[in-house]
Design a protein around this ligand. Structure first.
Ligand code: ZN
Length: 274
């Protein structure tokens, strides 16, 4: 069983806010990388106990979120820049995809540090379905027949994942405190408003992640069809609504591809914002 483990920083337990924890040079950035990496190791531990044998850990945090020197030696580690297409990391050799440290999509209530790509996005839709970073990769995986089996992050992210993928195993490690979508905020204001959360202790978070990952791998080995495929039919149409950013007014971007969601979502316009 070969897994792609996508990682992001904002969704790990103990990540208190954006500016001090997930940005290079900030006070706790190295501590933050350690928190994410240890959660990732806990997931690998669980997956391996459940029967998984190969792991590709992808650092999906724009600035970099994994300390690869601390990573479980069973895992291979991937970090861009990527040639051409961001989703070129995916190929049919993977059995399943898992997420660690993932945050919810832009506009989600009670979601700590929620955003989609960056804090300038209000909503991102694929063929009418609102998705965040999780849904985008899950859709690209499903396009190749790869199932999404596990997600760890804040509680709002866990709900988002379960709503999109029937049967996915999720673990919530903290809960955001801010109600409302925040759609009325500009980019900078939106980035600040969702920092509040109640966190599990990182050690307890890791225990739950290990247990959840093991359950996911066991269930997958038992019967992979317990995990729904998030299929979207061609042609693929994307609509991204951006909020105002500094002096730049709000606007909407639309594009489409006749037959490949991977070409559409992994193309340059996305990379420029993430
Ligand atoms: Zn992210």
């Amino acid at each position: 069983m070969k897994l792609l483990v996508m990682t992001d920083m904002e969704g790990s337990a103990g990540m208190i806010n954006h500016d001090d924890w997930v940005v290079p040079g900030s006070r706790y950035y190295e501590e933050g990388k350690k928190l994410l990496t240890l959660e990732t190791n806990a997931a690998i531990e669980g997956f391996a106990a459940g029967g998984a044998t190969e792991f590709l850990v992808v650092d999906g945090h724009g600035y970099g979120g994994i300390n690869h020197l601390l990573l479980d030696p069973r895992a291979q580690f991937m970090r861009g820049p990527y040639h051409g297409n961001y989703y070129s990391m995916l190929d049919a050799s993977f059995d399943a995809i898992a997420w660690v440290g993932q945050h919810a999509k832009a506009g989600t209530p009670f979601a700590q540090m929620a955003h989609t790509g960056w804090f300038n996005v209000i909503d991102y839709r694929m063929n009418g379905v609102s998705v965040g970073e999780f849904g985008q990769l899950a859709m690209c995986g499903a396009f190749l027949g790869i199932r999404s089996i596990f997600g760890a992050g804040d509680e709002a992210f866990a709900k988002e994942a379960s709503a999109l993928i029937e049967g996915i195993e999720t673990v919530a490690v903290k809960r955001g405190l801010m109600p409302g979508s925040g759609d009325e905020f500009g980019t900078e204001g939106y980035k600040e408003r969702n920092n509040g959360a109640i966190h599990l202790h990182p050690e307890l978070a890791r225990t739950r992640i290990r247990e959840g990952a093991e359950r996911a791998a066991r269930r997958f080995a038992e019967n992979r069809e317990q995990f729904a495929l998030l299929r979207v039919e061609a042609p693929f149409r994307r609509e991204i609504r951006y909020r105002s950013d500094g002096t730049k007014a709000a606007y909407t971007h639309r594009d489409e591809h006749p037959d490949s969601i991977i070409r559409l979502l992994g193309g340059k316009s996305l990379n420029a914002d993430s």
